[in-house]
Design a protein around this ligand. Structure first.
Ligand code: AMX
Length: 423
């Protein structure tokens, strides 16, 4: 593929693929094509496609555990990495490989134990990934001397090791913070998602099903989002997978990105408390949405930088709720919010997307099974997102993507570029 891209660029490299405006430069480069990511592509109307497959197609075609119809996340990783739909055996192999590699050195846990217990779980997660960097095969191989053509090989080791270790690290943080430091040993017979639920302390088979779905649908969202772009950017300096992924996680920890899932459920609980804990009416929800916006806050879980329709990942979670918890009150409120919010946001000109994103539903599902510690939700997102950003990072090294270094200008420079229209 590297040879194919080289040839493609040689033949077509001077073709113009777009134009961009001063406004786009000031508006966070939205809509400017500036990078290549092979693992997934986001369509503004249809939502995310992983190697060409939409979320409903993946839910149908990816191999499943014998326990239920939810796909196994090992399969989405295989699909993103290899570019082909995996067989049941392929997924089983990934599961086994990850179980064998899931060894976390003691100094990582010791480091976590030294942090104040109320340190935000995302801060602990990112710090733990940095502590794991002692294990980087890529960094060690690079120090010894490595040809550019071989970069992908130790990067593969790092990517596989890191993904396999993340559930253990995340579960340790969770149990340390919320369960009095009573930890649960991994069960290597379980698949990656079920084992994660088990180590967190949730052995309800339906929670394991949710974890499989959750970890599958959060895995990637093309390359330009903050966590994916950061991982790619830092990796472009030949930083190893641990350094790159930890940086990406610091971006995921921001409230406009991955922190939104905790904000949504907090907002729902606040809404309920505002109306004395009772089920709110549509009219009350409307009133609360307007109050949120009058206070200068965003309605969490709604809007997106690229999407322009309801996020199919939201729909997948709504369908899960309808199948497994049709009477759950928070899920009912989320469906009511889905009826109330889009018409309100549609009426505000500056808002480009009035529809729900992935974060609008996940908190209610987790809360249903007892995982009520909202601050931890972004860590779950991060464990899933590792599969996409690290599969991409491996491709970056395999394809020899260079150091990323876009130009930047001053406003003074920008003013000098303005073409004055004749009066
Ligand atoms: N509620 C209120 N106002 C909103 C809004 C919402 N849900 N979504 C967008 N707006 C506002 C923006 O704040 C912005 O206002 P400003 O010009 O005064 O700053 C304006 O509408 C234009 O925004 P936009 O072009 O439609 O979106 P964007 O690309 O700038 O931002 C996003 C996208 C997701 C950050 C934004 O929609 C938002 O803040 N949503 C709520 C938080 C959220 O759900 N984040 C999760 C995103 C998914 C993810 O990454 N996990």
């Amino acid at each position: 593929m590297a040879a194919e891209i080289k040839e493609f660029v040689k033949e077509n490299g001077n073709q113009v693929i777009g134009q961009y405006t001063i406004e786009q430069v000031y508006a966070g480069m939205k809509g400017m094509v500036g990078m290549v990511t092979e693992t997934s592509k986001l369509d503004p109307d249809e939502g995310i496609r992983f190697r060409g497959y939409s979320i409903p197609e993946l839910c149908e075609k990816l191999p499943k555990s014998s326990a239920g119809p939810e796909p196994l996340p090992e399969g989405i990783f295989y699909l993103m990495l290899i570019g082909e739909m995996p067989s049941e055996d392929d997924v089983h192999n990934v599961s086994n490989l990850w179980a064998r590699r899931a060894i976390v050195p003691k100094h990582v846990f010791d480091m976590l134990d030294k942090l104040p217990v109320n340190t935000h779980p995302m801060t602990q997660f990112s710090a733990a990934v940095m502590a794991l960097q002692t294990e980087s095969v890529f960094a060690a191989a690079y120090r010894k001397g490595l040809s550019k053509k071989e970069y992908w090989d130790p990067m593969y080791e790092d990517v596989m090791n890191l993904i396999s270790r993340l559930p253990r690290v995340a579960a340790y943080i969770y149990r340390r913070m919320y369960k009095g430091g009573v930890h649960i040993e991994p069960d290597p017979k379980l698949d990656w998602a079920a084992n994660f639920a088990h180590m967190l302390g949730y052995d309800d088979p339906d929670m394991k099903k949710l974890m499989r779905l959750y970890l599958t649908i959060h895995a990637d969202h093309e390359g330009g989002n903050v966590s994916a772009h950061t991982t790619h950017l830092v990796g472009s300096a030949l930083s190893d997978a641990y350094l790159s992924f930890s940086a990406g996680m610091n971006g995921l920890a921001g409230p406009l990105h991955g922190l939104a899932n905790q904000e949504v459920i907090r907002w729902i609980i606040d809404l309920r408390n505002y109306y004395d804990g009772a089920m709110p009416t549509q009219e009350q929800i409307k009133e609360y949405v307007l109050k949120t916006m009058e206070e200068g806050k965003v309605v969490p879980g709604y809007g997106h930088a690229v999407l322009r329709k309801t996020d199919p990942r939201f729909i997948a979670q709504m369908e899960f709720a309808q199948a497994y918890m049709p009477d759950d009150e928070n899920c009912k409120i989320i469906r009511m919010v889905y009826e109330v919010v889009p018409p309100i946001l549609s009426g505000i000109k500056k808002i480009k997307n009035p529809w729900p994103n992935v974060d609008a539903h996940s908190g209610a599902l987790l809360t249903h099974y007892g995982l009520i510690e909202y601050d931890f939700y972004t860590v779950l997102f991060g464990v899933s997102r590792a599969m996409g950003v690290l599969a991409s990072l491996l491709w970056d090294r395999a394809l020899g993507h260079p150091l990323e270094r876009p130009g930047s200008v001053t406003t003074e420079w920008m003013k000098g570029r303005v073409v004055k229209s004749p009066v």
